[in-house]
Design a protein. Structure first.
Length: 439
């Protein structure tokens, strides 16, 4: 085929390549004629990051088990079990789930003036089909994207091993992502992959299930109990596993907790441990338990979390967000940027975080402001390129194949979300540009 040459031709090619059924229900975004250029150093860093994050997930898994066995502090498991149902806690602790961890790892990375920063890890991420489509579409225009044309497709297929059938189960809560996953399953051109609704239960022994719903939503998913039972009896391979600890943002507060420093150093190794501390902004769990009179919360130097409310706007370069196991824990909901709120609104957010600790713990993080980049999008109505100073979130997708020590995380592709510079929190808004990452 003849490659589109002008920016206008390239933008139209991208738009015309969109699947007829779309990729997200009721959601549009801006199109760029060019990929997001990462540069060689950043591309190399992203290629290496999967190993670090896989080792971190393995260490989290081990930390939880050692905590319930009394070989690490008991408050670790207590924090991670906070607000969960007895059934989910039992599943998380069951011998059958002992060595299970998420097979897809997607960090949210901000490009700051001081380098990349990881704000959270997502083990049930959207965007897999979108990124696969972007990679294929821009490759057809002669662009060398990270992961290659089929990296996302091959990566997703690899996480299920030799399972005879793979059932992708999407809940009503996650229905907006059904079009992209349907496109993905069709593009794999393999009868093994089928999209199922949340009532499907006709799986056979040895089948694999991809769980496209968060565990907080499990009570609303009719077949959740059947899936969890099949996984615990090892009749099916369920990924992500039913272990709510991997859906908690508080894992980064555990990483920074000084009481656990020796554990992290031993489990991650000095190099990976230092890399995680470099990437992750300082994080705290907002636990209202009283401190001794002479004690203070590290780094922020408060003696009581309610003192957060008294910080000046300049001192509130902080992000407060629900940790997980909540409908507010995804899609930029339940996220509060301290220096962007009035004193009254910030105080209300702090009070809510303290009050909801028993059921929905909150995480506090240093806010690392994304740096400015110059990007562009194509305005089809005006038929022109529109320059856009923006801020970027990078979402690399790592797919984990193999078990135990043989497990490997491979980068399938990178989704860049570029939002206008005046937006405080970066997410997939209508004004955002979605583009694949390229060197």
């Amino acid at each position: 085929m003849t490659l589109p040459e002008t920016p206008a031709d390239r933008a139209r090619f991208v738009r015309e390549s969109l699947p007829k059924a779309g990729l997200f229900s009721g959601h549009e975004w801006r199109i760029s004629p060019a990929p997001f250029r990462l540069g060689e150093k950043m591309a190399e860093d992203l290629e290496k990051l999967g190993r670090v994050l896989l080792q971190f997930n393995k260490a989290v898994n081990r930390l939880y088990r050692l905590s319930i066995e009394g070989k690490q502090p008991s408050w670790v498991a207590a924090w991670l079990d906070q607000g969960k149902s007895a059934d989910l806690i039992a599943l998380q602790r069951s011998p059958a789930m002992k060595n299970e961890w998420p097979r897809v790892i997607r960090p949210d990375l901000l490009i700051t003036d001081r380098g990349l920063r990881v704000t959270e890890l997502d083990s049930v991420p959207g965007g897999i089909g979108l990124t696969a489509w972007l990679n294929q579409t821009y490759t057809q225009m002669g662009v060398e994207v990270l992961g290659g044309a089929d990296g996302m497709l091959q990566g997703f297929a690899s996480i299920f091993g030799d399972a005879p059938k793979v059932h992708i189960i999407i809940s009503e809560e996650s229905a907006a992502y059904k079009p992209e996953m349907s496109w993905l399953a069709t593009r794999l051109n393999d009868d093994r992959f089928q999209i199922r609704d949340d009532s499907f239960s006709e799986f056979g022994d040895g089948d694999a299930i991809y769980r496209f719903f968060e565990l907080f939503d499990a009570p609303n998913v009719p077949n959740a109990a059947v899936l969890f039972e099949g996984a615990s009896e090892k009749r099916i391979r369920l990924t992500p596993p039913p272990k709510p600890m991997f859906e908690e943002k508080m894992l980064f507060a555990l990483l920074w907790n000084r009481n656990l420093r020796d554990f992290w150093r031993q489990e991650l190794g000095e190099s990976f441990f230092n890399r995680m501390l470099e990437l992750v902004p300082y994080s705290w769990l907002v636990d209202p338990s009283p401190l001794p009179p002479h004690a203070a919360i590290p780094e922020i130097n408060l003696t009581d979390w309610s003192q957060l409310k008294g910080l000046s706007q300049r001192e509130r370069e902080l992000i407060l967000k629900v940790s997980g196991y909540s409908p507010k824990a995804w899609g930029a909901r339940g996220v509060y940027l301290g220096n962007d709120l009035s004193h009254a609104d910030w105080s209300a957010a702090v009070d809510n975080a303290l009050a909801s600790f028993p059921t929905s713990p909150h995480l506090l993080q240093r806010y690392e402001k994304p740096g400015l980049v110059n990007f562009q999008w194509f305005d089809f109505e005006k038929n022109q390129i529109v320059p856009m100073p923006g801020r970027v979130r990078l979402c690399p997708y790592y797919f984990v194949s193999g078990d135990g020590d043989a497990a490997r995380a491979k980068l399938g592709g990178v989704l860049a979300t570029v939002c206008p510079a005046d937006k405080k929190i970066i997410h997939g808004m209508t004004e955002a540009v979605f583009a694949p990452g390229a060197v």
